[in-house]
Design a binder for this molecule. Structure first.
Ligand SMILES: [Fe+2]
Length: 449
């Protein structure tokens, strides 16, 4: 539908006002004529006009004042000033303050007047179209930005899930404790929080750096990584490359660049006797120093093929002994400031993931695990001490009242958008069928690196 072209004409001299009105109406415009500038401002408050033509010399208000007020009321309106030749220098104010499209001299040339008004309407239409297109572009940019953000989050989540799987495989291959990296990651994050860090990005960086600390071992040969006896000199050189290999791997993943520094420095020692760069004290990033504390605690309190797990107190004694040499004293103090129950709760939280893995036959992504944790509130009964879990019979899930494991698994399956749900083995578990025994792990005894 073609829009009506509305023109507001203001001139205090009646014959001139009528002459202008007749001229413009004859050209097809819808004209509103006002002899009083105050009345013209009222009309501007009532409805929009594309073009405004005003006299310069008017009673009660100069053309400059009128056009400035008109601009404030309708900034998009195209403004034309009609002025006698001797008013020209005074009209400069109107141009500067009212942003005039054209100045026309009285008496006017009809062709020039109508041509100028036509140009004014065309200019208004072009600007209006430009405003509409700009609004569309801005809206589409906002949609695109939201879409990109969603895609980035999706890439981050899927990359994290992939890395989670790689870390689980590495842990399983290397340390016989598949959940070592998950525990250490959570321990390290908790230590950072204890030191007052609450920035989400920093905490996420520390958590991911600790989780991926040994990802570089993917590049260490089995003959070295899995060697049952002590490593020779060349083998140590290869093994000690794993922080750099992990760092190099993570350089390719933008959202993990910050975390890659923790991976690079995770084998450094507070006293400068670590590797690969023999960094000392605060030359080592805080995340890597806290990781070392968490890693030491987990190593002492976890079962190994060649020794049993030790108690929390024994770990604390050992960590205090090496504070200032192997470990950052600040990190050890932060650890000791929290009660044993806090650390056990984190350990048990990770155990719940391992239980789900046994039930499902695959490891739930963190997001799904958290949802299940919230929905089902499952627990083990009776709850064995965490150091005894490997020898305990496989526990059963206990759901909250009104929530069955089957429901929970169904919810989880639905929540894995575009991915696969629990495998048939998990459904069988949900229906009470017996599950195949998990694969047995080979026992090995070798140096910890
Ligand atoms: Fe390592």
């Amino acid at each position: 539908m073609e829009e009506v072209e509305r023109l507001l004409v203001v001139d205090d001299e009646g014959p001139i006002l009528h002459a202008l009105q007749r001229t413009f109406e004859a050209a097809g415009y819808q004209v509103t004529a006002c002899a009083d500038p105050a009345e013209a401002l009222e009309r501007l408050r009532e409805k929009p006009f594309q073009v405004l033509s005003a006299d310069y010399m008017m009673p009660g208000m100069t053309g400059a004042e009128f056009l400035a007020q008109a601009k404030a009321l309708q900034p998009e309106t195209i403004r034309i000033l009609l002025t006698a030749a001797h008013d020209f220098s005074a009209a400069v104010d109107a141009v500067n303050n009212g942003e005039i499209f054209r100045i026309l001299a009285k008496p006017w040339n009809r062709v020039e007047l109508l041509g100028t008004v036509r140009q004014a309407f065309d200019t208004y239409a072009l600007r209006e179209r430009n405003r509409q297109l700009t609004a569309i572009v801005q809206s589409q940019n906002a949609e695109l930005a939201a879409l990109n953000k969603g895609l980035e989050a999706l890439v981050e989540e899927r990359t994290t899930n992939l890395l989670d799987g790689m870390v689980a495989v590495l842990d399983y291959r290397d340390t016989e404790t598949q959940w070592h990296s998950q525990r250490v990651s959570r321990f390290t994050k908790r230590l950072a929080q204890q030191l007052g860090i609450n920035d989400e990005h920093i905490l996420r960086t520390i958590e991911m750096g600790a989780l991926l600390h040994d990802i570089g071992k993917i590049g260490v040969r089995d003959a070295v990584l899995l060697k049952p006896g002590p490593l020779d000199t060349d083998e140590w050189v290869e093994m000690r490359e794993h922080p750099r290999l992990g760092w190099a791997l993570l350089q390719r993943i933008e959202f993990l660049r910050d975390a890659s520094v923790i991976v690079l420095q995770h084998q450094e020692r507070f006293d400068g006797k670590g590797y690969p760069a023999a960094l000392k004290g605060e030359q080592i990033v805080l995340g890597a120093r806290l990781f070392a504390v968490a890693d030491t605690y987990d190593a002492i309190t976890s079962d190994r093929p060649y020794r049993k797990a030790q108690a929390h107190d024994a770990a604390v004694t050992e960590m205090r002994r090496v504070a200032g040499t192997q470990l950052d004293p600040q990190g050890v103090a932060a650890f000791c400031a929290l009660p044993e129950s806090e650390w056990q709760a984190i350990r048990q939280d990770v155990e719940k993931i391992s239980l789900l893995e046994q039930e499902w036959g695959w490891t739930p992504p963190k997001r799904v695990f958290e949802q299940i944790h919230e929905v089902a509130g499952f627990s083990r009964s009776p709850k064995p001490a965490f150091t005894e879990r490997a020898r305990s019979p496989k526990p059963a899930f206990t759901a909250r009242a009104g929530t069955t494991l089957s429901n929970t698994l169904s919810q989880a399956r639905r929540s894995v958008k575009g991915g696969r749900g629990p495998r048939p083995v998990a459904r069988a578990a949900a229906e009470g069928a017996s599950l195949p025994a998990p694969p047995r792990r080979r026992l090995r005894r070798r140096a910890r690196v």
